[in-house]
Design a protein around this ligand. Structure first.
Ligand code: MLT
Length: 264
C-alpha cells in the first residue's frame, strides 16, 4: 500500500481541542495516566464487569442512591458521600469482581463522554501501553489519542503516554502520523524515556497527588506494561473485549436478558 494511504495515528492534547481533531477518526483512545484510565484498566483487568462513566457528581450520586457501586473523584480527592475514588488500588482486591460500577472523575470520564459518539472508544494508559499499541495496529484504522489533560489544559503524562503509543504504532510501518501535536508527543515521550520518567515526576498533577500523599498511586500509574486489559466502551459501559463479545452474541440471538451487563 502507498504510505500516503496508511491509516493515521494522531494525538489531541486536551478535550477542549477534540472538535478540531476528531474529523476522520472513528477510533478514539482516551488517556488519563494520573489516574482515571490507569484505574479503569486495573479494574477491568481485575474482573470488574463494567464501568459506566458519567460526567457529573450528581449523576454518580443518583446511581449510588439507587444501590449501584459508584466512585467519584474531584481534584484528586474522593467526593464526600462516596467511599470509592479513582485510586487503582481500590480496584485490585477482587471485591468488585463481576460488578458493574459507576465512575466520575475530574478529567478522565469527561474525555470519555466527549468521545462517546465515535464508533469505538477504548482506554489507554502506561499500564496497558504495549497491549493498546498492538490493538491499534491490529485494527488498522485511523486512531486519535485523546489526552484528558487537566481541566482542559495540556498535561505532560497523558502526552508522553500518547507519544509512546504513536512511536510503537509507527514501528509497525503500517500507519502514518502528520500532526505537530503527534510529533511533539513523540519528542516528549523520547526525552522522558531517556530521563527514566524524570519528566513525568515533575508534572503538575504528580505534584498535586504528592500533596495528597498519593505517591504510591503515582508510582503504579507510571509503571508501563503491568496490565493487558483494553477496556472498550459498549453502549455506554466500559468492558473487556470478552464481555463486549458476550453482549454482541446475546444481542444477535435476542437473548440480552440472560446476560445483563448492568448489575449492582
Ligand atoms: C482525573 O480524571 O482527572 C484524574 O484521574 C484525577 C485524579 O488523579 O484523581
Amino acid at each position: 500500500m502507498n504510505p500516503e494511504e496508511f491509516p493515521r495515528i494522531e494525538a489531541c492534547f486536551s478535550p477542549s481541542d477534540f472538535h478540531k481533531y476528531e474529523e476522520g477518526f472513528e477510533i478514539v483512545v482516551v488517556i488519563d495516566v494520573l489516574r482515571a484510565t490507569s484505574a479503569i484498566c486495573t479494574a477491568i483487568e481485575n474482573g470488574v464487569k463494567g464501568i459506566i462513566p458519567v460526567s457529573t457528581v450528581k449523576e454518580a450520586r443518583d446511581y449510588l442512591n439507587k444501590g449501584y457501586v459508584a466512585a467519584a473523584e474531584r481534584d484528586g480527592k474522593i467526593v464526600e458521600g462516596f467511599t470509592l475514588g479513582n485510586s487503582p488500588y481500590s480496584y485490585m482486591d477482587g471485591k468488585l469482581k463481576g460488578k458493574t460500577l459507576v465512575l466520575t472523575t475530574t478529567n478522565g470520564t469527561k474525555a470519555i463522554k466527549i468521545a462517546e459518539h465515535k464508533k469505538t472508544v477504548v482506554i489507554g494508559s502506561l499500564n496497558n501501553l504495549d497491549a493498546i499499541t498492538a490493538w491499534i495496529v491490529d485494527r488498522g484504522e485511523n486512531t486519535l489519542l485523546l489526552a484528558s489533560g487537566w481541566k482542559d489544559k495540556f498535561n505532560l503524562e497523558d502526552t508522553i503516554c500518547a507519544g509512546a503509543i504513536i512511536d510503537g504504532v509507527l514501528q509497525s510501518k503500517t500507519f502514518r502520523s502528520n500532526e505537530d501535536c503527534s510529533i511533539a508527543a513523540r519528542f516528549l515521550s523520547k526525552s522522558a524515556r531517556e530521563n527514566q520518567f524524570a519528566l513525568l515526576k515533575s508534572s503538575s498533577h504528580r505534584r498535586r497527588l504528592q500533596k495528597l500523599d498519593l505517591n504510591t498511586d503515582v508510582k503504579y500509574c507510571l509503571t508501563p506494561n503491568n496490565l493487558s486489559a483494553i477496556p472498550i466502551l459498549k453502549d455506554g459501559i466500559l468492558m473487556s473485549q470478552e464481555n463486549v463479545d458476550k453482549v454482541v452474541k446475546a444481542e444477535n440471538s435476542g437473548k440480552l436478558d440472560g446476560e445483563k451487563m448492568v448489575e449492582t
